[in-house]
Design a protein around this ligand. Structure first.
Ligand code: AMP
Length: 438
């Protein structure tokens, strides 16, 4: 019994001292990279008229089953689904679009001037095999244009994701674009796939055998070597060859618009994307320096999703970028995150009983001025060294005289100039410096 107790304790300690596999803590450089990506995304997207929407991280499971699609890998294998206390099936969102559309319908956004432009950001959850660039909790920023079937909306969506990535300094990106046609094109294509693949059923992976019955198109997305080899061997024709006049015209118009906007692309006839709701344009943006997980983001047009989730027909187009992947790409290109914040002033008390006065001084400078203070007493030489180590421009010293008179001795660490100032005058000086810096 004793042994069991110890083992149980050991196990518990192991569980409480590490994050769950496939999840990670964000801090330091990594969170500063994400902050920079989000800041640029917000600036670009809001300048284009988008408003931010934060949907809950969990929804009723049906939202994703219907919205993402029953036959997708995400719904079949990757969702974190559980029963809540009332026995309802709840799922942690594996992607953002289905929740955004649910909210669009719930809040009657169809009465707003159309199209509606929405952006979102936050954590997503997929039970995938963790590897570099693939997490079970990861973060996305996404954009949706709902209420237009114009090819120009497709071009706008692609343009904005590209501009955001470029604004971060990224250069080695490649846009791959394809079309999955409309439902009629896909029906014809699925029939074709069925006819060429059924005779080779035994050569397909188990997953693709299942897909051949439920949704043959998904087989093109398979990463299983035996599927890839078979498709190559049979020289399977791309969906693009099965597209009707309307789909072809839409695709040509998007390509022409991208050329006019100066965005280079390559045609990827095998692009299917993991989600069921796409129609017409589908694309991915890859980074040349990332390995097997090279997609920074992807998107596409979804013309029936709003109906599928119970709303009045409203065609849309959207994308999501993965923040962890964009971070890896920025690191690969030697780009920096936001600079770590440095204090303008570091304040230290010469005796422990003046620590509260150091806080009083610091708070008179906050929030316009970044001011840090020490809770413990420091000798002058040590305090000045500490101020330099933290990258402060000024050191603030609180001794007996300063504490008695609501004053502070301020030393400019560059010029070594030192003066005794009232807290009010010191605040004016520091706030002035901050304004100059901006
Ligand atoms: P998707 O929603 O599958 O189109 O994914 C859009 C983007 O999110 C991808 O291109 C990746 O950058 C990112 N992403 C998707 N799944 C993961 C994951 N498991 N871990 C990290 N990033 C991911």
């Amino acid at each position: 019994m004793l042994f069991f107790n110890n083992a149980a304790t050991w196990l518990t300690m192991k569980l409480v001292t590490r994050a769950v596999k496939g999840t990670h803590d964000l801090f330091g450089d990594e969170i500063r990279f994400q902050r920079k990506i989000l800041r640029n995304a917000r600036q670009w997207l809001e300048s284009a008229g988008a408003f931010e929407l934060a949907t809950p991280v969990f929804e009723f499971t049906e939202v994703f089953q219907r919205g993402v699609g029953q036959t997708t890998d995400i719904v079949q294998k990757e969702m974190y689904t559980f029963s809540d206390r009332a026995g309802r099936s709840i799922t942690l969102r594996p992607e953002g679009t289905a929740g955004v559309i649910r909210a669009f319908i719930e809040h009657g956004m169809k009465v707003m001037p159309q199209p509606v432009r929405i952006w979102y950001a936050g954590p997503m959850f997929r039970a995938e095999r963790p590897q570099k660039g693939r997490q079970r909790q990861f973060h996305q920023v996404g954009y949706e244009i709902i209420g237009s079937d114009s090819y120009v909306a497709d071009a706008e969506a692609i343009l904005l994701s590209y501009k955001i990535l470029e604004s971060l300094g990224l250069r080695q990106m490649r846009l791959r674009i394809g079309s999955v046609g409309d439902s009629q094109d896909r029906m014809k294509y699925n029939e074709y796939l069925n006819s060429v693949l059924t005779p080779h059923f035994d050569d397909l992976s188990t997953d693709s055998q299942r897909r051949l019955v439920s949704n043959p198109l998904r087989i093109l997305d398979s990463k299983a070597p035996q599927d890839i080899a078979l498709l190559q061997e049979l020289d399977v024709k791309p969906l693009l060859e099965f597209m009707g006049e309307k789909s072809r015209k839409h695709f040509e118009s998007v390509k022409k618009a991208l050329e006019d906007l100066g965005i280079a692309y390559t045609i990827d006839s095998r692009i299917v994307r993991g989600l069921d709701y796409y129609a017409h344009t589908a694309w991915e943006i890859h980074h040349e320096l990332l390995g097997s997980q090279s997609a920074l983001g992807g998107g596409g047009r979804y013309d029936t999703l709003v109906e599928t989730l119970g709303g009045a027909p409203s065609p849309g187009v959207g994308w999501a970028l993965g923040l962890e992947r964009v971070t890896l790409a920025m690191q690969a290109e030697g780009l920096s995150p936001d600079a770590a914040s440095r204090p303008l002033i570091y304040i230290f008390p010469l005796a422990a009983e003046f620590a509260e006065k150091a806080l009083l001084a610091a708070q008179s400078f906050w929030p316009q001025v970044s001011a840090q203070y020490s809770l413990s007493a420091k000798k002058p030489a040590k305090g000045l060294r500490e101020a330099e180590k933290r990258g402060a421009k000024y050191a603030g010293i609180i001794g007996q005289d300063e504490a008695a008179s609501e004053a502070i001795t301020i030393k400019n660490l560059h010029t070594k100039e030192q003066k005794l100032l009232s807290l009010k005058d010191a605040a004016a000086l520091l706030k002035g410096e901050n304004n100059e810096a901006h």
